[in-house]
Structures are given as structure tokens and as C-alpha cells.
Design a protein around this ligand. Structure first.
Ligand code: 5GP
Ligand code: MN
Length: 757
């Protein structure tokens, strides 16, 4: 399927029709390529997201029409553009040749100096097709070829030039009765041979293939159980650079016994369906060509699916290597036969959900020693997915002693404050009103209300007085002197968290213990924040940075301090009455969420969420709507995915300011900027490196800083969160706020608000 490369789809982006665009149109026609034309960057991006052209030609000659480099960058940001060749049409240089570096940096593969001559355009297309486009096809094909090996019904064995076995395919295992692990790394001569062959046959074969020639003939191979099996064998040397033999590929088809080989094939199929249950007995050493060991366990119904146009979802993720790999495979699936596409489905499953460098251990029936060893050496107490996670589902109902069962009395909250909190379940709730009404203690009061609404005390079997003391002591450990990272920010994040938890999709995914963990995590997530960033603390050699080795310094501190404060005094220990296992699970979930607010991991969290949750959900939807409730449920509630939902939830809550109503958004922007200004002031005073030079109070444009923050972090993340759980109101605010900042920026204003008329 990859031998005859046909270039199907070309996109031309020219603002206006001219002889040059006509030249390419004509050339496409002559070469029999399907050609689309876009006049604006917007329509180009839309068309590209839909059709994913192999070749895009962008007019770079007239900057007044559109910015060709910006357009190229945006196309490269569509993660599926990986294999697209993008060409810039540039003006003929009148004096000096300019460097192509800016073009390359923008993501162009090549430059075409304007020449409207039709034959010149045609020749350019041909050269592209046979050069760069062909190379991209080959890259894509590599993936499919490995899958073809896995799916082949012939027994295939690959060895190195000195005949050490590097790979055998599943059909080989099945026909010969060996497990891959028993063979990989062995020399061919170590594997028992059948006595039925003519004595000098092996030598004949060897002398033939050592010369670089192919050998084909009939050969008896010896199965593991001692039986001989007659096979039609073809051994092909693989020649590498300099004419040197690099590998031998041996393809073996059992002779004379059609029934038997059919059986074997059936077995291969059956095995790949139930999927390598037996792999736990296998040698886990990975040969260099051992693809098998990364093949999925558990293939659900997903294999019938073919992924096609998920452009919207694809375009959500910012390029990460794993996303690129996933997109390459997706693209290869498009043009692969069904069995290959199905196998690739399983590969995708693994890539989306697995810690790629951790060995996969079965959870239940693994040898306990192995489990303990791996558990002890390879987990850090937090990411112990397979062990503790299952405690979630074995929750026991709590017996609540009657003296503790008194509901939170609304009388305990002063009426004015209670009134301020009446609209607390709305997204547009004004937290700054509450901040004023509570004299900067919004966290305690909002916490009491929200925790009671979610039945947290009942869940934790904890007296309301304990919760009250806990909220008070946590709030007291926020610095009211910080302009941004004070207890109002914590209350705001708690508010957003509670709001998200009420969404249908989120509720479908999470258990009660997850909800409790999320509310607690939001409450404590920035406790004792010094109003300085991690990099400041590291540069300043602060005690905290030393304590936490310059890694996730603040987030580690927030989580650790929260548990210290909570558990050092029974009076405020909300965990006192839950049982040990439940405490461990809850603690683990809280720590994981607080650490997830660290921004160095931002894209990792967002990408994992999109790849493991949004894309599979979108694929299901595409495949026939709602009749697949079970599959949806299994995506939403797997332990791994619940962790991803919780991380995404707290992250979105933490930086949801740009999605709040304009007035609130402006206030938050003012506060974060002020906190950053104060940091820059101090850095200058102390002669420390200035980590965010743009946040200098004398020169900073707040609108610009907000635009960048939204562009870089917010848009993609909330697109994904909205696609998951549907937040039209947030997206509307985001849009509105973005336009507001743009408006100020266009008027070259640097402050939060326009000056009075
Ligand atoms: P937090 O420290 O609040 O848990 O994590 C949120 C991160 O996002 C912090 O690094 C915070 O400074 C940053 N952040 C929140 N809002 C804004 C904003 O409007 N602009 C910028 N540049 N950073 C922000
Ligand atoms: Mn925060």
C-alpha cells in the first residue's frame, strides 16, 4: 500500500488569485492532485483541520494580506500536521538573498521562489512528491509495517547479522510452541534442529545468505515439543549502509497441512483477542525488536472502530512527543487494512494510558514477591496506581454516631454572610463580596457551606466543630498580605471545584471519596504560599527550596503542611475517624491533586487528559452515539482516568480566573500582577535574577500578560475541559474577557481598565 505513493491532497493559500496561484492550480490538475484553495488563514486552518493535506503551499509574498509565518506556526500547532509538507512561496530577491532560517523556524519545509510558469510549478510539485512527501510516507509506514508483522499468519523471525534472534512474531510463537522470551537473544545454532533435514542443508542455506542472497526452499523446523514441522522457508538478508548485512528475515509457512495451519492461525487470532493473558509467565526482557511486549492487554470493543475526522479534538493538544506518535499512528490507520487498524487501536490504548517505562504487572494474580519488589522499588508512595486505587471501590458505609449527626446549623453563620453566599452555586458568584463580608475570611465560611452541601462531615464521620476548627486553622495559614495567593484565592478555587463537581460528566466519573478529596485539596492547595514563585525560592536558596531539592517546592510544601496542620491536633483533625485504608486513599488523592497544580507539568496533565479521555470519548461518539453507555462508563471510571479527571479539575479550578465574569477576571488579573511586581521589586533589591522581567511595574502591559497567559495555558485546557463536561458559560466569559484585553492592547493601554472618557 505504500509502494505507489500518490499525492492526494494539496492546499493552496493565496489571498488573491494571480498568475502564481493559477500556475499551481494548473500544475495540480496536470499531476492529478486534489487541490483546495483558501483565501484567509482562518479558512486555511479550518480546511486543513478537516482534510489534513499532504502538501500546503502558502503565499509568503504579501505580508499585508496575512502573516504566512504565523499561519504556518498555527498549522504546525495542529498536532496532526506532523507529516504535512509546507512550502512558502517567496518573492524573487531583488538584491541580497535572505536566510531561510525564519521560514524553517516557522515550520516551513521548503521555499519556492515565485515563478508563475506552469511547468515550473508542475516540476516543483513532482520534486516535492518524490522527495519530502515520499519521505513522510515512509515514516508513517514504519509503524504500520511492525503491526503487519504482528498480524501476519506466517511465522516470521528476524535475526542480527551474527544470527542472534531479535524478534519472532506471534504466529511464530504459536506455530513453533515457543514464547518469544525463550528465543530472543539466543543464537540460531542454540535452538534445537530437526534431524529430518539433509545433513548439509543448513550449511547450504548459510553460505547462500551470508553472501547476501535470498534462500528459499523447504525445511524441517523443530517445535519446542520436539515435533518436526515441514515449512516453506524464505530467508532474506537485509542489507544496510555500505552493503553490509544487518539482519536476516526468515518467513516460514507450514507445508501440507492446511488444517493445522488454519488452526494455528485461529489460535493467533484468538490469542490476540483475549490478549496475552499468558504474558505474565513470559520473560519480560525486551529484545530490541520486541514490539509484542508493549502490546495491549484487554481489548474492548474499541477495535472495530476506525478513527477518522477527529480534527477538533486533535487540534486541542499542544504538541508533545507522545501526541505526535499517537497522531502518526492515527494517520497510518486511515490507510491500513482492518486487521492492522485494529492492532494499532490496541497500540494506541497502551500509549494513551500507560507509564511507558514501567513494566506492566497484572494486578491480582501476579506473583506477590514480584509485586512487592516492583512496588517497593518503583513507586514513590504517590503513584501506586495498581495497589491502593482499588480501595476506592471497597468503601464501607459509615456509621454516624447520633451525637455527631447534627446538621450544620445555618444559625452559626452570621445572616449577612449567609446572604452573601446564597448564590454560591452559580458560576458568577462574587467571591470579593464574600471576602469583604467576612473580613478576609471567606475560606472558612464558604468551606462550611460547601462542605455541608457535599456531606463531607458525614463522609468523614467528623463533628462539624472539627471541620470548623480545621477550616479556621487552614485559612489562618494563608498569608493575607499576599495580593493574590491569599485565602480568597483558595476560596475561589474551592468554589470552582464545587461547581465542577456538580457537572453530570464529572459526577459520572468520580466517587464520593474523589469529591471529598477534591474539596479538601482545593481548600489547602496554596496554604502558606509566600507570594513568590518556585523559581524565586530556588534562586534565593530558600529553606523550602533546599528542603524540596528545587522540585515542586511550593506544591510539596502546601501538601505537606496541610497534613501537618491537620493531624498534629485532634481538635482540627478531620481525618481522625476514618479507617486507615480510607485515610491512605484520601491522602494519596489529595497529595496528587495539590501536586498537579504545579505548572511545569501543565501540558503533561492536559495532554494526558485529552489523549486518555477526550479522544476515546470522541471516538465512541463518532461511532454511533449513545448506545455505547458501557464503553463510556468504562472510560470515565477507570482508576487511571479518574486520577486524570481530578488533576484536570483542580488545575482548571486553580486558573479559572480568565473564565470568570469580566469584573472578577479584571480583579484577579490586578492581584496576580501586583504579586508578580512585588517579586520583581524584591529580586531587584536583593540582586537576584529577575525571573519574569515583563512583570516590572514600570513597564508591564497587563493586557498583554493576560493575552499571553490565555493563549499559552488557558485556551487549550478549557477547550478540553469544555469538550469533556460542557461549560458554555465559562467559554463565553473567556471569549469576552479575551476580547476585552485585546481591545485594551490594541489601544496600546497597559493598565487594567481604560481611562475614564
Ligand atoms: P497556584 O500557585 O495558584 O496554585 O498556581 C497557578 C499558577 O498560575 C501560578 O503560577 C500563578 O501565578 C499562575 N497564574 C494564575 N493566574 C495568572 C495570570 O493571570 N497570569 C499569569 N501570568 N499567571 C497566572
Ligand atoms: Mn492556586
Amino acid at each position: 500500500m505504500y509502494s505507489a505513493v500518490t499525492l492526494h491532497k494539496v492546499l493552496l493559500v493565496f489571498a488573491k488569485e494571480d498568475s502564481q496561484s493559477n500556475g499551481f492550480c494548473w500544475a495540480c490538475e496536470k499531476a492529478n492532485y486534489r487541490c483546495s484553495m483558501a483565501r484567509t488563514p482562518e479558512s486555511a486552518l479550518e480546511c486543513f483541520a478537516e482534510k489534513l493535506h499532504d502538501l500546503v503551499i502558502i503565499d509568503h509574498r504579501h505580508s499585508r494580506h496575512f502573516d504566512a509565518e504565523a499561519l504556518c506556526r498555527s498549522m504546525r500547532a495542529v498536532s496532526s500536521s506532523e507529516n504535512t509538507v509546507i512550502v512558502a512561496v517567496v518573492k524573487r530577491p531583488d538584491r541580497e538573498e535572505a536566510s531561510v532560517m525564519p521560514l524553517i523556524n516557522a515550520g516551513f519545509n521548503r521555499r519556492y521562489v515565485e515563478n508563475a510558469n506552469m511547468m515550473a510549478c508542475y516540476n516543483e510539485l513532482l520534486q516535492l512528491e518524490h522527495g519530502e512527501v515520499l519521505a513522510q510516507f515512509k515514516l508513517r509506514a514504519g509503524n504500520a509495517i511492525f503491526t503487519a508483522l504482528e498480524q501476519s499468519q506466517e511465522a516470521i523471525e528476524i535475526t542480527s547479522e551474527d544470527q542472534v534472534i531479535q524478534y519472532v512474531n506471534p504466529a511464530y510463537e504459536s506455530i513453533m510452541g515457543y514464547q518469544q522470551g525463550e528465543l530472543i537473544g539466543k543464537e540460531i545454532i542454540e535452538v534445537p534442529k530437526s534431524e529430518k533435514n539433509k545433513p548439509d542443508l543448513l550449511e547450504t542455506i548459510n553460505s547462500c545468505i551470508r553472501k547476501g542472497k535470498e534462500w528459499q526452499g523447504v525445511y524441517y523446523a523443530k517445535k519446542k515439543n520436539g515435533d518436526s514441522i515441514q515449512q516453506n522457508v524464505k530467508i532474506t538478508p537485509v542489507i544496510g549502509q555500505g552493503g553490509k548485512i544487518r539482519h536476516y528475515v526468515s518467513i516460514n509457512r507450514p507445508l501440507n497441512d492446511n488444517n493445522k495451519s488454519d488452526k494455528a492461525n485461529e489460535r493467533v487470532q484468538a490469542e490476540s483477542q483475549t490478549d496475552i493473558q499468558s504474558s505474565k509467565h513470559k520473560d519480560r526482557r525486551k529484545g530490541s525488536l520486541d514490539v509484542r511486549s508493549t502490546t495491549s492487554r484487554g481489548s474492548d470493543g474499541s477495535s472495530q472502530r476506525r478513527h477518522s475526522s477527529m480534527a477538533r479534538i486533535h487540534s486541542m493538544t499542544i504538541e508533545a512527543p507522545i501526541t505526535k506518535v499517537i497522531n502518526i499512528i492515527n494517520a497510518a490507520q486511515e490507510s491500513s487494512p482492518m486487521p492492522v487498524a485494529e492492532a494499532l487501536d490496541r497500540v494506541l490504548e497502551i500509549l494513551r494510558t500507560t507509564e511507558l517505562y514501567s513494566p506492566q504487572l497484572g494486578t491480582k494474580d501476579e506473583d506477590p514477591h514480584t509485586n512487592d519488589l516492583v512496588g517497593g522499588l518503583m513507586t514513590d508512595g504517590l503513584r501506586r496506581l495498581s495497589g491502593n486505587e482499588y480501595i476506592f471501590s471497597t468503601k464501607h458505609p459509615h456509621h454516624i454516631p447520633s451525637h455527631l449527626a447534627t446538621p450544620l446549623s445555618p444559625n452559626d453563620i452570621p445572616p449577612r454572610i449567609a446572604q452573601t453566599m446564597e448564590t454560591e452555586d452559580s458560576w458568577d458568584f462574587d467571591i470579593f463580596n464574600l471576602e469583604a463580608a467576612t473580613m478576609k475570611r471567606p475560606l472558612t465560611f464558604l468551606g462550611l457551606k460547601i462542605f455541608s452541601r457535599f456531606g463531607v462531615c458525614e463522609y468523614l464521620n467528623c463533628p462539624e466543630a472539627t471541620l470548623r476548627s480545621w477550616l479556621q486553622v487552614i485559612e489562618a495559614n494563608y498569608h493575607s498580605s499576599n495580593s493574590y495567593h491569599n485565602s480568597s484565592h483558595a476560596a475561589d478555587v474551592l468554589h470552582a471545584t464545587a461547581y465542577f463537581l456538580c457537572k453530570e460528566r464529572v459526577k459520572q466519573s468520580l466517587d464520593p471519596i474523589d469529591e471529598v478529596a477534591a474539596l479538601i485539596a482545593a481548600t489547602v492547595h496554596d496554604v502558606d504560599h509566600p507570594g513568590r514563585t518556585n523559581s524565586f525560592l530556588c534562586n534565593a536558596g530558600s529553606e523550602l527550596a533546599i528542603l524540596y531539592n528545587d522540585t515542586a517546592v511550593l506544591e510539596s510544601h502546601h501538601a505537606a503542611l496541610a497534613f501537618q496542620i491537620t493531624t498534629r491536633d485532634d481538635k482540627c483533625n478531620i481525618f481522625k475517624n476514618i479507617e486507615r485504608n480510607e485515610y491512605r486513599t484520601l491522602r494519596q488523592a489529595i497529595i496528587d491533586m495539590v501536586l498537579a497544580t504545579e505548572m511545569t507539568k501543565h501540558f503533561e496533565h492536559v495532554n494526558k487528559f485529552v489523549n486518555s479521555i477526550n479522544k476515546p470519548l470522541a471516538a465512541l461518539e463518532e461511532n454511533g452515539g449513545n448506545n455505547d453507555e458501557e464503553s463510556v462508563k468504562s472510560i470515565l471510571t477507570s482508576p487511571e482516568n479518574r486520577i486524570l479527571v481530578k488533576r484536570m479539575l483542580i488545575k482548571c479550578a486553580d486558573i479559572s480566573n480568565p473564565c470568570r465574569p469580566l469584573e472578577l477576571c479584571i480583579e484577579w488579573a490586578g492581584r496576580i500582577s501586583e504579586e508578580y511586581f512585588a517579586q520583581t521589586d524584591e529580586e531587584k533589591r536583593q540582586g537576584l535574577p529577575v525571573v519574569m522581567p515583563v512583570f516590572d511595574r514600570n513597564t508591564c502591559s497587563i493586557p498583554k500578560s493576560q493575552i499571553s497567559f490565555i493563549d499559552y495555558f488557558i485556551t487549550d485546557m478549557f477547550d478540553a475541559w469544555d469538550a469533556f463536561a460542557d461549560f458554555p458559560n465559562l467559554m463565553q466569559h473567556l471569549d469576552n474577557n479575551f476580547k476585552y484585553w485585546k481591545g485594551l492592547d490594541e489601544r496600546k493601554l497597559h493598565s487594567l481598565r481604560p481611562p475614564p472618557e
